[in-house]
Write a protein of this length. Structure first.
Length: 125
């Protein structure tokens, strides 16, 4: 209940205070400026509460994902999946574990620019 007071009723009270200032001054220029500043402060309190709640929700989702990854590391399958059937033989190893880290086929060709020769930087006089 106390957090509901901070999240909802505190910004409402601040905005209401700004409206009261505007009404109490009879809508004078100074009263409208002061009341608008107070209303802006109330809206800022509300927005900070919204941003905080979004951040906390992200933390909860991240914690749940970390727990799922720990479960996967320990058991070999995700918590929301059925356990896989036991295999008698392990999966074969790939011939090249990482295709992107192989050496280029030709030593004078640049791996970043296929079809072109490697260039040296120009000489300076």
């Amino acid at each position: 209940m106390r957090m509901g007071v901070v999240r909802v009723w505190l910004p409402v009270a601040i905005v209401a205070g700004g409206l009261i200032v505007i009404i109490a001054t009879g809508g004078s220029e100074t009263g409208v400026e002061g009341g608008a500043g107070i209303i802006g402060a109330g809206l800022s309190v509300w927005l900070l509460n919204v941003i905080f709640r979004v951040g906390v929700q992200g933390e909860r989702e991240r914690d749940a994902e970390d727990e799922a990854r720990d479960f996967y590391g320990a058991h070999g399958y995700w918590p929301d999946e059925a356990p896989p059937p036991d295999r008698a033989e392990p999966a074969p190893e790939p011939e090249h574990p990482d295709e992107h880290r192989r050496q280029p086929a030709h030593p004078h060709r640049s791996p970043a620019r296929p079809g072109t020769t490697a260039r040296r930087p120009p000489r300076r006089p």
